[in-house]
Design a protein around this ligand. Structure first.
Ligand code: SF4
Length: 371
């Protein structure tokens, strides 16, 4: 694509996003095909959309894995799947008190939403009662927090029940395109997942649904699942990048590059201009040094750890947000949140003596140089 054609494409995508118009399939495919040297132009364009709807805010979500491992389903990307030999933590339901202790610590660190997740095909009515006790305990400790639950496939009436017990949102991802869904899972279908998101919506829960990339999908698959998600009109859209766990069929799959992740996130921002786009699992391992650029596209991240793998330390997430000139959602009105007397520098840490390490290796020392 010539520079002029790229400029015209990006201008059209920004205009459509700001006007709430749906982009064309071919336009989104062009975003995914952008040459490496032009990716910053794509990020700049999509960041205008992000800024228009979300300013400098970054929403922090926090995951609590209520029940880990030993799932009867066979989702190929998942370390908790049937037959997984990943050496993950495995446990049955944690108590409401343990979940609340973890959740309140995250809320104190800035999390606005807590996501209560349990492995399994779907919840029993007893599981819903159990989640209800946890939701009540967390809301008593942190009344303003939003609670999203992720319990698998829903049966009729369960979404309404979850609403009654105080859940605000329901997460169920589509993960990949309908056409390739059978390649990643055989125990349930793409349509099962769509139905659950529909049920969550009909039950009055805020729908959260996204996808996972890096599983061998084509650009067409990415656009297909993105359009399928748009049909569902989710309020939040987690964009995951495959964590290729040893002991799963996807072990050893490292298809993504940091620039590819940015293209995917930009494409999602153009398609979901005013929805929460969250850069979710795999952020650290695939974006690596380009994580801060993702904040110009996504307006939410998970704070701290994921379900079965560790994220970077939560304090590093917070420092990254501040260093990149963003503010944690909910902290905008505090003095350190920017637009204060210290102006745009207000978000930065006052002093980081811990970052200065005196050299003790290389020339003048007996230790090898840092190369
Ligand atoms: S249903 Fe959920 S926990 Fe079970 S294998 Fe699939 S993704 Fe993993």
């Amino acid at each position: 694509m010539t520079p002029i054609a790229l400029d015209a494409l990006l201008d059209a995508l920004v205009r459509k996003a700001l006007a709430g118009e749906r982009p064309a399939r071919e336009e989104l495919l062009e975003v995914l095909r952008t040459p490496d040297e032009d990716v910053l132009d794509v990020v700049t364009a999509a960041s205008k959309v992000r800024r228009r709807f979300f300013g400098r805010r970054v929403k922090l979500n926090y995951l609590v894995n209520m029940k880990s491992g030993l799932c009867p389903e066979d989702c190929g990307y998942c370390s908790q799947r049937l037959g997984s030999t990943s050496q993950i933590l495995k446990y049955s339901w944690i108590s409401a008190a343990e979940a609340t202790e973890n959740a309140t610590r995250a809320v104190e660190a800035g999390a606005r939403r807590v996501c209560l997740v349990a492995s399994g095909r779907g919840p029993s009515d007893r599981d819903i009662d159990r989640i209800g006790a946890t939701v009540a305990a967390i809301k008593e400790a942190a009344p303003r927090v939003e609670i999203c639950v992720c319990l698998g496939l829903l049966k009729p009436g369960q979404a309404e029940r979850l609403g009654e017990i105080g859940a605000d949102a329901y997460n169920h991802n589509l993960n990949t395109s309908e056409q390739t869904y059978g390649d990643i899972c055989t125990t349930h279908t793409f349509d099962d997942r769509v139905q659950t998101v529909e049920q969550a919506k009909q039950g009055g829960l805020s729908p959260c649904s996204g996808a996972i990339f890096g599983m061998g999908e084509s650009d067409d698959d990415i656009v297909d699942v993105a359009f399928a998600l748009r049909e569902l009109d989710p309020d939040s859209v987690p964009v995951n990048f495959l964590i290729p766990f040893e002991g799963t069929p996807m072990a050893g799959r490292w298809d993504l590059t940091p620039l590819r992740c940015l293209r995917i996130l930009a494409m999602f921002r153009f398609l979901f201009p005013d929805s929460e786009v969250r850069v979710a699992g795999g952020r650290e391992i695939h974006l690596r040094g380009l994580q801060p650029l993702a904040l110009h596209l996504a307006n939410a991240i998970f704070l701290g750890d994921y379900l079965t793998s560790e994220g970077q330390p939560g304090e590093r997430d917070l420092a990254m947000i501040a260093d990149a000139g963003f503010v944690v959602e909910g902290a905008e009105d505090t003095e350190d949140a920017g637009d204060t007397e210290r102006g745009d520098e207000g978000a930065g840490p006052a002093a980081r003596h811990d970052l200065v390490a005196l050299r003790r290796r290389g020339p003048g020392s007996s230790l090898p140089a840092n190369t």
